[in-house]
Design a protein. Sequence first.
Length: 277
Amino acid sequence: MARQLSHKQRIVIKIGSSSLVHQETGRLNLPKIEILAREVADIHNQGKDVVIVSSGAIAVGRAAMGLKELRTLKQKQACAAIGQVKLMMIYQKFFSEYGQTTAQLLLTKQTMLSEESRSNAINTFEELFSLGVIPIVNENDTVETFDIRFGDNDRLSAIVTALIKADLLILLSDIRGLYTDDPKANPDAEFISCVDSLDESLTAMAKGSTGSRFGTGGMATKLAAARIAGAAGADMLIADASDFRIIHRLLEGEELGTLFRAHPHEFHLMDYIEHMS
Ligand code: GLU
């Protein structure tokens, strides 16, 4: 049965680090990013507002410096500073080939908690949409310390979804969707195509898994994202990022990935952000 997603007007697409780089080297996978830019530009050409939440700053910086492992916080932050501009340069290049302008928004937990900077961020997003620009968001990793950061872009993208009142969040990574158990460990694990309500048993199933050595989010952070986005009234999809052409297929209603249906209810986003770890 086809899903009805073509009417979505404001879409946030989160791309995990491992989906932007070559697994062997950690360097940017340029043809993939070009396809991503084309897909997103086309959504924009359809008259929709679209935001990319892109990970990859640390991974790209690490590869550029030829570092195998990052041991200290300052090493990670330096790599984020190096990688973020490289990432944005590539995004700008590909998006401009498709006639689009992009903008960089680096958010922090502290700025989200401050009412003034939060409302500045919302106003900036709105202005960018009205200018026809595609915002590209990441956490400002260079100034965040680990106990006070968002830490993963799954939840950050859901927070952005709630802030800008988007109606769809798509999480693209090396995790194809939700299974009844860990498919790597249990061959009988079944794929779940649609989740109408997120109950405790699903949360327990997600465990603390992380699928890759480049990103930080596992299934647990994706379900946390589904909870935030759903409460804010947005449907959420988890889908496989190995081929970014999946984006238009998802929007055309093909049953790929796992769809979490929105269940709008009162949710204290700021309390959540304050206590998230
Ligand atoms: N902000 C981190 C980066 O750009 C990624 C966080 C994540 O993997 O979710 O490297």
